[in-house]
Ligand binder design. Sequence first.
Ligand SMILES: [Zn+2]
Length: 259
Amino acid sequence: MNLVSEGIVLRQLHIAAGRRMIVLFTREYGKISCGTSLPESGGKNRTTLAMRPFTLGKYQIKRLNDTFWLNGAETIKSHFSLGEDVDKFLIASEMLELAGAVAPENEPAPAVYDLLLEFLDFLEARDKGYRMVDIAYQVRLLSLAGAEPELERCVSCGEAPGTIFSVEKGGVLCASCASEADRKSHLLYGARFDIIGMLRYLRVAPLAKLAKLDLEDGACEALERLLRDYYAYHLDIRNVKSASLLAEEVRRPSNERKG
Ligand SMILES: [Zn+2]
């Protein structure tokens, strides 16, 4: 069966004898791993670019049972500039990784696909506040992954409005339901900031409003830590290192060069 779909390249792996595996996130068929022997060399031609991570393209795929073979690829949008800035690159890589981890194999997940594409475009167009883009993306992806935290009513009694966020309980707790441990973790996530209010806002704010938002570093850190814990606890996604942390590591050895 021959399939044609729009898709985003999540990963490219070299196998052997010039063959590669392209992990493609297609809008219509979901995440699929395709073998291919399409040439990699040839400079910046449309097919080569179409197989690089971040690229949005149109793909011709041959399906035989559960095996997929990529026969043709055409670039729609390369998102090329995401590779030219180390912060953007790391955040975009993390976005791909998370979308790939959340999307099931061979099953359409159009909402996850649309979110990824929307945020890759959004990130590409930004010239600051990248961490906030990353955080907003993660907050929204949680809902699509079926692990949306409850942010209004206390998850324990269901009555009082929540004031403390508990990762383990999957949302907010009111003052009387929160245990000592919950209170502690609340402090860990930064009592200085209205974390719950920020999560509520990031979940629904239109991109045009997000574009004007620039969270302070302390708030970013608290949210990043909370999200990392939340993804690990509820979705068992542990390997995603916060992009800002990675950026620090990348930058450290090149301090002299930069400055
Ligand atoms: Zn309660």
